[in-house]
Design a protein around this ligand. Structure first.
Ligand code: GUN
Length: 283
């Protein structure tokens, strides 16, 4: 392998150790950070994500409350539940696992979360603050990627970053955060023509399109840093990313694996945001 492996497992572990210490310090003032996760319905991927969030929060000493609600719950009942958590002093972070069933308006639910407890960073008020560089909860996946790049010593200022994907959760905020770190940012997406002509210019390539092994060595400049946000199954049912790892690792200077790359960082940043919320409350 030519490129360096950027391990989200190792960097996430280091960060969670720091978070655990932060939780310990807060305990002295009688506060335990509390994270509430609402899961609606029985989507199996969501169940796995929620289980991992619960396990990780308990491991760093936080209080975890998982609220499982049936698929048939009404929008009003869900909004009331969020409001109840908004008013619960023992809860510092609220996360509503997405996607929600079709009969529920996701935007309404996100907007009901108290922005001070919006540890996903999805509330429009927090998205706005992030856009103008004010302190707020940063969305966990892009924040985790930023942390990985910084902790690996990857230079960002003046570099050309190409982001493939324009979702509100990953692509859009990722570009914004890197712009604030003085990168030159290009967004590509499903309607981009001649994708490789853009991606070949990237010093840092971030891939979040949700298509198994879509990016190959033909898309990547020699020496680029490649971050793979994808989580797919290949033709044999094996977990894989949006990047063809075996091919791209030969041209990249550094690359994240799947699994063990971006995934562990997302949960870690959620814990970091929850701790940040609890610290704010303690002041
Ligand atoms: N579903 C997939 N990713 C996420 C996430 O980061 N937060 C929430 N709330 N739901 C998700």
């Amino acid at each position: 392998m030519a490129g360096q492996l950027i391990s989200g497992v190792a960097i996430g572990k280091e960060l969670r150790e720091e978070i655990k210490q932060g939780v310990g310090k807060l305990a002295a003032s009688g506060i335990t950070p509390g994270l509430a996760v609402i899961l609606v319905g029985d989507n199996s991927a969501s169940q796995t994500y929620v289980k991992n969030k619960e396990k990780s929060s308990v491991e760093v000493g936080m209080k975890s409350e998982v609220i499982k609600l049936p698929e048939t719950i009404t929008e009003k009942e869900l909004l009331d539940k969020v409001d109840e958590l908004n008013n619960d002093e023992s809860i510092h972070g609220i996360l509503v696992q997405l996607p929600l069933p079709e009969h529920i308006n996701e935007d309404l639910v996100i907007q009901m979360i108290d922005p001070e407890k919006d540890v996903d960073g999805f509330h429009p008020q927090n998205v706005g603050k992030m856009m103008i560089g004010q302190e707020t909860y940063l969305p966990c996946t892009p924040h985790g990627i930023l942390e990985m790049l910084q902790r690996t010593g990857v230079e960002i200022a003046g570099k050309h970053v190409v982001v493939i994907g324009r979702s509100n959760i990953v692509g859009k905020p990722m570009g914004q955060l890197l712009l604030q770190k003085d990168a030159t940012v290009t967004y590509c997406h499903s309607r981009t023509k001649d994708l490789a002509s853009f991606t070949k210019q990237a010093d840092i390539l971030i891939v979040a399109i949700g298509r198994a092994k879509f990016v190959t060595d033909e898309h990547v400049k020699e020496g680029a840093v490649v971050i793979d946000v994808g989580m797919n199954r290949d033709e044999n049912g094996k977990l894989c990313g949006d990047v063809d790892f075996e091919k791209v690792k030969e041209v990249a200077s550094a690359i994240t694996p799947v699994p063990g790359g971006v995934g562990p960082m997302t949960i870690t940043m959620l814990l970091k945001n929850t701790l940040q919320s609890a610290i704010k409350k303690a002041k």
